[in-house]
Design a protein around this ligand. Structure first.
Ligand code: SF4
Length: 456
């Protein structure tokens, strides 16, 4: 039924013309920060075409989901949302429903099969064409656009969720092929942007009021290697620090243990406005599991990567990712993960229960670790981490920190919340609006996730 995927495929549907003028769009993004940023780019394109953003699908002519395929739960959530739109679509047959991003790239026509009321499936390399693709749908066609093409990074800097902080896409794709991960298939190989491009974007954002930027890449520490001209992440960070003085924080996520270098450690240590936060996923504390996952390092090599950074950077704050219940993970493997978590004293851990992803190398191994066992392992790691995070936070009580204020706390409207340069969340009463500014705060209390304090 579907045409070749090399071009946008077009299938006639019942969709009729939408009537609202100007057209309205509801967009929800899921998954990683890269998706959040790509969805900002989509909104920027649509804004230029006259679309206005609305907060609920019921108000929208166009409903878009910018999806994640890394976990089964994320996909099921999208199908849940799509199911809830069936009635709305019956009432408003001109409404256009689109699925974009990794799930679209991976599941392709399966999305139309499971959710026949979807009009548009747009892969990871075609989101920049969203306005033209919507035009095709409005001419009565169901559209699937999955072909690969070089993406630009054209951005409307005024479209961003926060005024004072912004993500910048430094690169796309991943060359690593971890067995559980769909990213190299949905995002393609690593492509870095030039340093000049990134500095220009950072300057533009800084001129527009942004004081914190975070560089994004699936393996941000491989930034520049594909350019083959000596460009590295450490050089990029150093130049941003020197050439964009309006930035009070420069962050970078996510790192891979194989690419921690002394140059990077020095660049962070020597430049105070570069973040002292390192997100370095380990995934498992067992060499056997790491090998099965094709992670490319042993536990000892991971330790050495951390030592390299911790030895140079004072009080480095680290977070990691874990997968529990990977096929073949035994109790002994899991115990090794618990031991490594205790040894490394991470500030935070993101723990995920393994779920097989169609299209990955591990998919054929099935999902042999029972669901209840995965849930138990998940809880054990989270509790171990909670105890460590609390202890690490308690040690800080009585000290003063600089907090970049993000705004009013969602939990307590009488307080402001922000982060330190070590990505620690701090909540405090301010008496005046300090959003986007640095505040000196004395720490007085804490939980495992949040520090509390008072303005100095
Ligand atoms: S490094 Fe591994 S887990 Fe990370 S994006 Fe690449 S393939 Fe996926």
């Amino acid at each position: 039924m579907f045409l070749t995927l090399l071009e946008s495929s077009r299938v006639v549907t019942q969709a009729t013309q939408a009537t609202a003028d100007p057209p309205s769009v509801f967009l929800e993004d899921m998954g990683c920060q890269m998706n959040r940023l790509d969805s900002e780019l989509v909104l920027g394109k649509l804004k230029r075409e006259g679309f206005r953003r609305v907060p609920t699908p019921s108000e929208a002519d166009v409903v878009l989901y910018y999806t994640c395929s890394v976990r089964e739960r994320a996909e099921e959530k999208v199908y849940g949302h799509l199911g809830a739109l069936k009635h709305l679509k019956r009432e408003k047959p001109g409404m256009v429903i689109g699925v974009m991003g990794c799930m679209a790239q991976n599941l392709k026509e399966l999305i139309f099969e499971r959710a026949p009321h979807v009009d548009l499936v747009v892969g990871t390399s075609r989101f920049e064409d969203v306005a033209e693709l919507l035009g095709e749908v409005r001419h009565g066609e169901r559209v699937m656009a999955l072909d690969r093409k070089d993406l630009g990074f054209d951005r409307d800097i005024s479209v961003r969720p926060r005024q004072h902080t912004a993500f910048i896409n430094a690169m796309r794709g991943c060359n690593k092929f971890c067995t559980f991960c769909i990213v190299p298939y949905t995002q393609g190989r690593e492509r870095s942007r030039s340093v000049e491009d990134l500095i220009a974007e950072a300057k533009q954002l800084s001129d527009d009021g942004v004081v914190e930027v975070t560089l994004l890449g699936q393996r941000i520490d491989t930034y520049g290697l594909d350019l083959n001209d000596g460009t590295t992440l450490s050089k990029l960070l150093t130049r941003l620090h020197e050439e964009v003085p309006g930035l009070v924080r420069i962050g970078y996520i996510t790192s891979h243990p194989n690419h921690m270098t002394d140059d990077l450690a020095r660049a962070v240590a020597d430049h105070p406005r570069i973040s002292r936060y390192l997100h370095l996923p380990v995934q498992s504390g067992s060499d056997r599991t790491l090998k099965a996952m094709n992670r490319g390092y042993t536990v000892d090599e991971y330790r050495r990567a951390i030592d390299l950074m911790r030895n140079r950077i004072d009080d480095l704050s680290m977070a990691t990712d874990w997968i529990v219940g990977y096929p073949g993970e035994t109790e002994e493997d899991f115990t090794a993960s618990v031991a490594l978590l205790r040894e490394m004293e991470f500030q935070g851990s993101f723990v995920f229960k393994y779920s097989p992803r169609l299209g990955t190398r591990a998919f054929d191994e099935g999902d042999p670790v029972p669901r209840e066992e995965k849930a138990r392992r998940n809880q054990v790691l989270l509790e171990e981490q909670r105890v460590i995070s609390l202890r690490r936070n308690q040690v800080r009580l009585g000290t003063e920190v600089d907090v970049l204020v993000e705004g009013i706390s969602k939990r307590d409207a009488g307080k402001y919340t922000g982060r330190t340069d070590r990505n620690l969340i701090v909540c405090f009463p301010a008496g005046r609006d300090l959003t986007g500014r640095l505040a000196r705060v004395k720490l007085t209390d804490c939980t495992s996730l949040t520090l509390f304090g008072e303005l100095v």
